[in-house]
Design a protein around this ligand. Structure first.
Ligand code: HEC
Length: 105
């Protein structure tokens, strides 16, 4: 193997590992936001299998399968009985929205 090829293979492997770790963070951090950090917790009102949530007030997210844009909008603005979450940071809202979309796709 040439040195250049070795370097290419090594960086491709590193990129895969880094991507895997990032995806893991998204799922772990998102789940925590969904079940604990957001107040009131999303899990109180929504069913989402990945988060172990069985709330029955809002739509079942596993069935609704919303994309991240839709989730982000409702977290920021609220809808009907669902409150808007002004206590979450932009980064938290984006992560939570990506998590719900990823967990239900
Ligand atoms: C107090 C209960 C309650 C909590 C807490 C709650 N929701 Fe909801 N959610 C609802 C209800 C009720 C609806 C349906 C609103 C309607 O259609 O009138 C809804 C709708 C939604 C929708 C669909 C929006 C759409 O475009 O139709 C998404 C996605 C959603 N919630 C995600 C979340 C997330 C993420 C959290 C946590 C940050 C959360 N919800 C917290 C009650 C709740």
């Amino acid at each position: 193997m040439t040195a250049m090829l070795r370097r290419t293979v090594a960086s491709a492997l590193l990129a895969t590992v880094a991507w895997g770790a990032q995806a893991q963070n998204l799922m772990d951090d998102g789940k925590k936001l969904f079940t604990q950090t957001a107040v009131p917790a999303c899990a109180v009102c929504h069913t989402l299998k990945h988060a172990g949530a069985t709330g029955e007030i809002g739509p079942v997210l596993d069935e609704l399968k919303p994309d991240a844009t839709r989730v982000e909008k409702v977290i920021r603005n609220g809808l009907g009985q669902m409150p808007a979450y002004s206590t979450l940071s932009d980064a938290q809202i984006r992560l939570l929205a990506q998590y719900v979309a990823a967990a239900t796709q």
